[in-house]
Design a protein around this ligand. Structure first.
Ligand code: 4AD
Ligand code: MG
Length: 474
């Protein structure tokens, strides 16, 4: 039996057999066993008169163990039920002198260095169960709303975002590779006969799939070689990218908002115990902070607030006016002051809008064309594009999306202006030749949503084995 099954359906006097890892062993009598199926550990009471000393000696934190016994009502406080052990088998010993995860509070930094073992703590067990629940809720939402799940390539020749922050994929020995007459490496000799990289987004391929399947979504790993050593950036992260034929920007924003709310709603009810634990953890952490940095709402209140309230929608120009006239801008407190219309919004500006001004999630739409990707649909003003970003409290940007440019001539001239080679995108342009339609989509960063749902503050703590600059351990 898993410990979760046992707690959810406890039958007193029933014989049980459980397997798990020892969390603690107190007074030579009480073993606390966790098997990962739920947050709670099961207390097992050792019949020490009938247990050999050699076995007792091996019941150490971290050891794997098999216990047969009888489920009884607990004599002690702190738990309703416990197991009266009859037979204990040590499956795998664990030397307490060298096992890094001791039964005490460890710092998140220390646990990151021991990412292979941190899943055996309450915090990381909870985080990764929530991650799993969110992933399931995402598939469930799309399934229930008529979307087709598609898989787009991981190795690709295209640079969807045009940002050039890509990891190269090659089988060439770069020390000995042939060069062409311009002294550039000759990738025609490479495995694919051209330059390839790990995908930064499945969007362009998803657009192709939507032009036949109607509503599609991708859910897969995404790679960015941006050297941003922040608590919000990973070099390898998971992105969900829905793409819908016949959707305009408003439909797109409606979908994104509904999607996030439904996913969070599912997780609130599916992960009650884990969220309660993470909530308490956060309340305790908050107590150690200066009053102004403390959260007004606790984790669960925050999640419910997002589910129950409309996101604020404003255009870039409105956001620009608010920021330009804001106190921190007038007092020159922003690192990047807001003077001229058209500047990109930095995370300090996003946080001001979301956390100080509106105090709720904000969707900003109609951004200046200059600061957005080539594929976004140009507005009539010739200056802005039908882009939208969703900004979340404590996180910043969680979703980036747009209505796509479906007009061949406009798209071609955008591509030309940005100096992108049209030939590379022939298949993308084909969509605009053969039955083009209005369409839209967005990308949600899975780890950023998990940050919000769990209240963790570093993105490295919500993916099992984080990939960041100078770090690819495990
Ligand atoms: O805003 P981005 O770059 O948008 C796209 O890639 C579009 N092609 C999506 C689309 O329209 N189909 O990225 C989308 C989201 C961001 O809002 C953020 O949540 C997440 O992906 N993201 C990252 N998450 C973790 N680490 C990084 N380095 C991230 N870069 C983007
Ligand atoms: Mg973006």
């Amino acid at each position: 039996m898993t410990i979760k099954d046992l707690f959810s359906n406890p039958t007193i006097s029933k014989k049980v057999l459980i397997k798990g890892w020892v969390r603690t062993f107190r007074a030579n009598r009480f073993i606390s066993v966790n098997d990962g199926s739920c947050l709670q550990s099961l207390q097992c009471v050792v019949d020490f008169e009938n247990t050999e000393q050699s076995i007792l000696n091996k019941i150490n934190t971290g050891a794997s163990i098999e216990i047969e016994g009888t489920l009884v009502e607990s004599q002690g406080k702190g738990q309703k039920i416990e197991v009266q052990t009859e037979q204990i088998k040590i499956l795998g010993e664990c030397d307490p002198d060298i096992y890094p995860i001791q039964p005490k509070k460890h710092s998140l930094e220390f646990l990151r260095e021991n990412a292979h073992l941190r899943v055996r703590t309450n915090t990381f067990g909870a985080v990764f169960r929530v991650r799993s629940s969110i992933s399931f809720a995402i598939h469930k939402y799309f399934k229930e709303n008529g979307f087709v799940y598609v898989n787009t390539p991981i190795v690709t020749g295209s640079d969807a975002e045009g940002a050039g922050e890509m990891f190269k994929v090659t089988t060439l020995d770069l020390n000995k590779a042939d060069v062409n007459d311009k002294n550039e490496i000759d990738f025609s000799k490479d495995f694919f006969g051209k330059e390839t990289n790990l995908t930064v987004s499945g969007q362009l391929e998803a657009e192709n799939m939507a032009m036949g399947l109607g509503k599609v979504y991708t859910f897969g790993p995404t790679f960015r070689a941006e050297n941003s050593n922040t608590s919000r950036h990973l070099a390898e992260f998971w992105m969900i990218e829905p793409e819908m034929a016949f959707y305009d920007l408003n439909d797109n924003m409606d979908l994104a908002e509904d999607f996030i709310k439904k996913v969070l709603k599912y997780v609130i009810s599916d992960c009650k115990e884990d969220l309660e634990f993470l909530n308490t953890r956060l309340i305790n952490e908050d107590r150690t902070k200066p009053a102004i940095e403390r959260n007004e709402l606790n984790l669960i209140e925050r999640l419910n607030f997002v589910v129950d309230n409309d996101f604020k929608r404003i255009s870039y120009s409105e956001a620009y006016e608010i920021l330009r006239n804001s106190k921190p801008n007038k007092k020159r407190k922003f690192k990047f002051p807001i003077d001229d219309w058209g500047v990109d919004l930095q995370s300090e500006h996003e946080r001001y809008l979301v956390e100080k001004h509106f105090k709720k999630p904000v969707i900003i739409y109609n951004y200046p064309a200059k600061i957005k990707a080539f594929y976004m649909r140009m507005n009539e003003d010739g200056k802005t594009v039908k882009a939208m970003d969703i900004l979340f409290p404590g996180i910043g940007e969680i979703v980036g999306g747009s209505q796509r440019e479906e007009r061949l001539d406009v798209l071609k001239s955008r591509i030309k202006d940005l100096g992108i080679d049209e030939k590379e995108l022939w298949w993308y342009l084909d969509l605009r030749k053969f039955g083009t339609v209005e369409h839209s989509g967005f990308g949600l960063g899975l780890e950023r949503l998990i940050l919000f749902a769990t209240g963790m503050s570093n993105i490295r703590d919500v993916i099992p084995f984080p990939r960041t600059p100078k770090n690819a351990e495990f």
